[in-house]
Design a protein around this ligand. Sequence first.
Ligand SMILES: [Zn+2]
Length: 235
Amino acid sequence: MKKIKLLAVIFTATIFITSCEKDNTNESVKEENNQSIYWETTDPDIIASINKEIESKIKNNKIQIETYRNFRLQIDNNTPDDIIDLIKQEIDQVYSASGLKGSTISKMDDVGSIHLAPTGYRGLYYSGNRVVINDYGTFRRVKRNVSNVVFHELTHYYHDYHLPGGYGNREVTNNYNQALSGNIYPRNPYVLRNKVEYLGTSAEAYFSGTNRQPYDRATVRRKDPNLASFLDNNF
Ligand SMILES: [Zn+2]
């Protein structure tokens, strides 16, 4: 009798462990595990450290400004030429994006700068009126796919500074909450990580295309028609 009980316990435990493993397997299928999709710097300590170094270099006149189509690029002698070229191509794409209003671009070009010079830590992010793109290896890798890193980061700036209520903008927040509860995109994707990435990644898909969900304008229109209208009206 004892033996049977023991066997029953082992059997139950095995089922439990197996189902846990299964959950982990499902986790590993998450979109985030694809390196080409997960490129943005999110660690606040790394961002703070890079920002501090940039401030110090600017103070000591170690940074030059190159203006390209109303955008201020911060560079130095160690900024690779191919990176500057890729950034200019992305800016050109912003100007030629179908449906993006000139008035929106002229708000976006109010961003303090797009920083391309190297720092100790490297990153790809928007923070405090500045876009930083100096993790060159990651940026080159992202650029092998459909993407527009500059536009994605400028959308964060635009959300922060130019939409009513900034990051607290109600329409964005409401649409995000609906997208999240309606589970409109499968596999826990980057676009549903938070309301800032929701707008950044959706706008990137809508106006330039991206290799992660929601990929393109047609998908945003089909899966998230309210946000598509918002982008039409506010961008
Ligand atoms: Zn982002």
